[in-house]
Design a protein. Structure first.
Length: 87
């Protein structure tokens, strides 16, 4: 029997979520909720505050990468030709 890992602090069935969504969210508090279908994770409910922090972290990473690219493009160092397959 293959089991799926559950990456959440709380797991509920889809039926339970349908019956009482606000109760599930209240019970979860700030934890992620795994929504199960036939005892397998179907989706995850992520609290808004956590989602916003994840999005902000992603945006900060993009800003840092953009700064690195800009810096390298403006440097006086000679570029190295490379094929994508070589990476």
């Amino acid at each position: 029997m293959i089991t799926s890992p559950i990456y959440a602090g709380l797991a509920v069935s889809i039926s339970e979520l349908k019956k009482n969504p606000s109760g599930v969210m209240k019970e979860a508090g700030s934890r992620v909720v795994a929504v199960l279908n036939h005892n397998k994770p179907q989706s995850y409910l992520v609290p808004a505050a956590l989602f916003e922090r994840l999005e902000l972290a992603k945006q900060l990473k993009d800003i840092k990468l953009r700064a690195i690219v800009t810096s390298r493009m403006n440097s006086k160092r000679r570029p190295v030709k490379m094929e994508l397959d070589d990476l």
